[in-house]
Write a protein that binds this ligand. Structure first.
Ligand code: DGT
Ligand code: CA
Ligand code: ZN
Length: 575
């Protein structure tokens, strides 16, 4: 087994935790923590450093630990680590994932209450046993319980980008495999839901080909364990920790099965109810009049037979799409090709990795006409926010980059902080220097709904505000957003002519798509922003685009579909 630098660093860090749990002396614990940090940040080749003996000379790593790293790299083993692992219940390590549970607290519940698993800890909290434990108390107990809840809930779902990457691997391995006639990714992934529970794939094949396709599927390299394997359905757990199901049907059944397993469940139920009204029966095997199946070669024909226009998968959430499809008034959803510019991109002037020129070239390469650079404002010191002086330097740099292209431009933007009192982080004279002003909250999240709503509305009232960035501040599967009255925010955005962002970062996807229809009804323009901190981040636009589609958005509703000049004019007309 060969370990890379990151794995060695992680192992050293875990070593520090194990030592602390076992009550080892703090200096020794600290030594491993330091070694882990140094190895993680090492620029040289660790394997090479072990070979040449250079490892023994790195500052901050004692000779004892260096010797252990050497053994680890050479043999794949660190005996002391393995012994500690042996005597430490694994549940204790898992507890580190609970916010607020560090090694000290874990050691305390282990020693004082004999708790070795998260389940036991949850029970103990509910029994109020941590209330009087030194170093804990009622509030800490409550927080631990909340942390456990989050952990339980979030283990069951996955971020869309991670699930898509895994699903795509499976799909690519299946679609041209001998015997597979048609195949497609279904389920919540096909509907582009912001998080997914598992991967659903539907394929069609002749009966005699099914088992060899199932053999192939269950032995793919990304599969960890096979939960079930049969002629019609196989279920596996992937190494990435996700479940994936493959269903194989006959090619005649494929359209009905694809529709059924795309869901959502609520959409399916409403479709069935409508079919019944027409005297038909609909399920995953077909569309029946009496006992006779009405043949449909694809999904579009199924909808057609039911008197509906084709409903794009993103809209299949039983939120009015069936009525709209019957009345031929489904939206003409925005597409990737409609997007002319990328809005909300960071550079190395604040917390981004790449230069302005790098970001510009990458965006141009992807076919965009412009990008709106939105580095952080001065209060976000932790993100290297720009004060007025550095802002001038940045604007000079933008002017320089803009001379390089005649078919692409960088617009001057900012992601300006909304301060706790709802004022903006730059004064109006400074804000007047930007083409586009995104306003976002990055501090003081612990407000009441009323306070947070007021704070944002006040900020939007500033005539220089163009777009409200990541409106709730949520981090999917990690942190809820601040409480907001989103309807009031959208009403205010409509009145004031401020656009609202769909932050396209896969951990945000904020504005939530469930508010898309309301925003559209009110006439609020939405802006798709990748919030890219490196060139690859520009690719996240695709998630924002599909979330926009999920929220019924058309080309006319999306700010990115304007030309650069139209976007400038959009910002100017409030000033
Ligand atoms: P998730 O939770 O992210 O996996 O979401 P889905 O929608 O992928 O849900 P999943 O994997 O449980 O099931 C896939 C599809 O199968 C679902 O979207 C609709 C269909 N389905 C599952 N259970 C039922 C059911 O009880 N009734 C109906 N009508 N359809 C169902
Ligand atoms: Ca699913
Ligand atoms: Zn931000």
């Amino acid at each position: 087994m060969k370990l890379d630098q990151k794995e060695v660093a992680a192992l050293l860090k875990e070593m520090a935790v194990l030592l602390e749990l076992q009550g080892e002396n703090p200096f020794k614990v600290r030594a491993y923590e330091n070694a882990s940090r140094i190895i993680e940040g090492l620029s040289g080749d660790l394997e090479e450093m072990v070979k040449t003996g250079e490892i023994m000379k790195i500052k901050g790593i004692g000779s004892g630990i260096a010797e252990k790293i050497k053994t680890l790299m050479e043999t794949g083993h660190m005996p002391e680590y393995e012994e500690l692992k042996q005597i430490t219940p694994p549940g204790l390590i898992e507890m580190l994932k609970i916010p607020g549970m560090g090694p000290k607290k874990i050691k305390a519940v282990w020693e004082k209450l004999g708790i070795t698993t998260i389940g036991e800890l949850e029970y103990a909290c509910k029994e109020n046993r941590l209330a009087d434990l030194p170093g804990f108390g009622v509030r800490t107990q409550e927080k631990i319980l909340q942390g456990i809840e989050l952990l339980k809930k979030f283990k069951e779902r996955h971020l869309i980008n991670e699930a898509r990457a895994e699903a795509e691997l499976l799909y690519q391995a299946l679609k041209d495999f001998p015997g597979v006639i048609r195949s497609q990714i279904a389920g919540s992934l096909r509907r582009w839901k912001e998080t997914v529970k598992d991967i659903d794939i539907v394929a069609s094949a002749r009966d005699e080909d099914r088992m060899k396709i199932m053999d192939h599927f269950t032995s793919l390299p990304s599969v960890e364990t096979v939960v079930a394997k049969g002629e019609t359905k196989s279920s596996v757990v992937l190494k990435a920790g996700m479940n994936a199901d493959l269903r194989i049907v006959s090619d005649e059944q494929f359209p009905y099965a694809l529709h059924h397993f795309t869901g959502s469940k609520e959409h399916n139920i409403a479709m069935r109810e409508h079919a019944i009204k027409l005297g038909l029966k609909m399920n995953e095997y077909g569309l029946f009049r009496g006992d006779e199946n009405i043949p449909c070669k694809d999904e579009a024909e199924i909808f057609h037979q039911l008197g509906m226009d084709f409903i794009p998968p993103e809209l299949r959430e039983n939120m009015g799409e069936i009525e709209a499809a019957l009345e031929h008034r489904l939206p003409n959803l925005v597409t990737m090709d409609d997007l002319r510019g990328v809005i909300h991109v960071h550079s190395n002037y604040s917390d981004g990795v790449n230069t302005i020129e790098d970001m510009a070239r990458a965006a141009r390469e992807l076919g965009y006409e412009y990008l709106v650079l939105c580095d952080h404002s001065k209060s976000t010191y932790y993100a290297n926010g720009l004060d007025e002086k550095r802002l001038m330097e940045q604007h000079a740099e933008i002017d320089r980059v803009n001379k390089l292209f005649d078919d692409f431009q960088v617009l001057k933007g900012t992601e300006c902080d909304i301060l706790p009192d709802g004022s903006l982080d730059y004064d109006n004279d400074t804000l007047a220097l930007f083409d586009v002003v995104v306003i976002s909250i990055h501090s003081r999240f612990n407000m009441t709904e009323e306070e947070a709503t007021q704070r944002i509305i006040k900020a939007m009232e500033n005539p220089y505000a163009t777009i409200l960035g990541h409106p709730t501040g949520r981090l999917l599967l990690a942190r809820d957003g601040y409480p907001l009255d989103m309807h009031r925010i959208l009403d205010a955005a409509a009145d004031l002519g401020v656009a609202v962002e769909i932050n396209a970062h896969p951990q945000r996807l904020d504005l939530d798509w469930r508010f898309g229809k309301y925003a559209k009804e009110k006439g609020v323009k939405l802006s798709i922003g990748p919030d890219a901190h490196r060139t690859e981040g520009l690719l996240d636009v695709v998630y924002g685009l599909h979330i926009a589609r999920k929220g019924w958005q058309e080309k006319e509703d999306i700010l990115n579909c304007l030309s650069a000049d139209e976007l400038r004019a959009f910002a100017r007309r409030r000033r």
